[in-house]
Design a protein. Sequence first.
Length: 255
Amino acid sequence: MSDLYEKLDVQTPEQISLEFSLAGIGSRALALLYDSLIQLVLGLLIGFAIAYYGESLQHYWVWASNWMKAAVIFFFFCMYWGYFALFEILWHGQTPGKRHAQIRVISISGRPITVFEGVGRNFLRAIDSLFFYGIAVLAAAIDTQHRRLGDMVAGTVVIHDAHGIADTLWYANESRAANKLGDVATAVSVSEFQLIETFLARRLDLDPEIRQRQAQAIADRVAEKLKLKAASRPPNEDLLEDVARSYRDGARCRQ
């Protein structure tokens, strides 16, 4: 990752540092423009559909005009309040615009956002969007982590996601050592498991040196918990993948 990006260092409860590249106002503005264009196109399509079918529908249904007005109001309400929150929750912190700009929203703890964080950060969009998003720009310019008001309230931050990694690509290798790890679910805590999966989800977005250093730190801690000997220990990232698989298979994952 380029050194031009400002960094966010997250210290986990396990005393392991995770590093993220903060998204600036320019990247976020590009994402917002892209999302706004999508909303505009959808709005125009709905408007043309109403103009085309509305008048003829009134000849067959006396209440058609009232219901269509109600439907339009509901549609634009959902577009304004639900578009960003729904995409960010379902697309792991991204909207179509954020995916295009290669940025995503995460929790300030470094983990993926929750439903409450996704809704909470967009609840204040009505204030952030005042004066053509002037409030959001002012807040992001003042805050050291470039957060708008919604981010500050929800405890979220927007980061660069340069490789556009999807959460389905956490595992790169076939399991080889899972059957040799013992009772992973007992040895590894929930917070440690979440730390492992956070790293696996973010590793392609890290500078190679940082990625190697973080994998080493987490793998050393896990190997100590599992009492693995150095001679029989797999490579760091292979070990983390196998531990995550074993933890999930143990049906004791409580995220």
